[in-house]
Design a protein. Structure first.
Length: 328
């Protein structure tokens, strides 16, 4: 008898709250059923913070994957359209003449767009960061490099090019960078897979957090839920009340996390731009680009925000429906 009185009182309180929310004209000033799930609570704020953190980390992961993917695409496009001829100094041979002969062969070979041989002075300057200044060409047997730009790597017969080169200049060797291309492509794919796994785990953790929060909310409002259930309220109606509440929490949290991640990426780009004139900054830019997201990066982060919000709402609805089924 006491339990029935408590349920009746809870139901009258909830219905009175709905009447106040609907206003005198019967139009809702706030979302219907706002009193069934408290719009602001410690648990709700904690869940919004958790969702924001998960979305922030997921967005950083998605942005990093996009940066690595773009940088890897730039690297591979440069590598497949470039080859390097190395002419080693050999006793009894004129290095300068060998470089000139290798350059002539490269210029005449079909599929070669441009040939740029390094001079002795350029070679010394290139080695100065590692060997210091004042290095003479006669101090070490330093090979000379010739950079070959290919018009289309698929139309260039690299094996025939290599045979023609070694037949005329035995001290020369051709590197077509294919092994570096394969490694970079494998690395980019591995980074993308790892990033997707991390994002999937974060979404799963967000879903579990919503499940526990939904169960806690249902348990807190169990008297009202049971009364509504027993007087004939449909499960879809009750689940919708909870779903709207957690949808709004998830939307606020995911937007906050996504915007914070965009701000962090932009801040990283600003810092990298300040360091661009330094040697370390040039190396970072060569590896990761300018820390500027492309259209795919922004679209991926926006899609992640929508996905997290949808997962939270659907998970909440599924949890409420299962709980109501247990009440039956």
């Amino acid at each position: 008898m006491v339990t029935g009185t408590r349920r009746s009182a809870s139901l009258r309180h909830w219905l009175a709250s709905r009447d106040r929310d609907d206003g005198p004209a019967g139009t809702a000033a706030r979302p219907r059923g706002a009193s069934l799930v408290p719009p602001s609570s410690i648990a709700g704020r904690a869940l919004a913070v958790i969702i924001a953190i998960m979305t922030f980390l997921g967005s950083l992961t998605v942005g990093s994957v996009d940066l690595v993917r773009t940088a890897a695409a730039d690297w591979t496009s440069s590598i497949v359209r470039e080859a390097t001829i190395q002419v080693r100094p050999v006793a009894g041979r004129d290095l300068t003449a060998d470089v000139a002969r290798a350059t002539e062969i490269a210029v005449r070979f079909p599929g070669v767009a441009d040939v740029s041989p390094y001079t002795a002075a350029e070679t010394r300057r290139m080695l100065e960061p590692w060997l210091g200044t004042g290095l003479g060409a006669e101090d070490l047997p330093i090979p000379r490099l010739i950079v070959v730009k290919l018009a289309d790597d698929r139309r260039t017969d690299m094996e025939a090019f290599r045979r023609a080169l070694t037949a005329e200049v035995p001290s020369a060797s051709l590197d077509d960078h294919r092994q570096w291309f394969d490694r970079l492509r494998a690395m980019a794919r591995a980074v993308i897979v790892v990033g997707l796994v991390i994002v999937a785990l974060m979404i799963a953790a967000t879903g579990l957090s919503v499940v526990f929060a939904t169960r806690a909310a249902v348990e807190t409002n169990r008297p009202v839920v049971e009364v509504l259930h027993f007087v004939g309220a449909r499960d879809a109606f009750i689940a919708g009340e909870f779903q709207r509440h957690f949808l709004w929490l998830a939307l606020k949290g995911s937007l906050a996390g996504g915007l914070a991640a965009l701000g962090a990426i932009m801040l990283s780009g600003f810092i990298a731009a300040r360091w661009r004139a330094t040697a370390g900054g040039d190396q970072i830019e060569a590896l990761f680009g300018s820390f500027a997201l492309g259209v795919t990066g922004y679209a991926a982060i926006a899609g992640l925000v929508v996905l997290v919000t949808a997962v939270a709402a659907l998970t909440c609805r599924w949890t409420v429906v299962r709980t109501l089924g247990a009440i039956d």
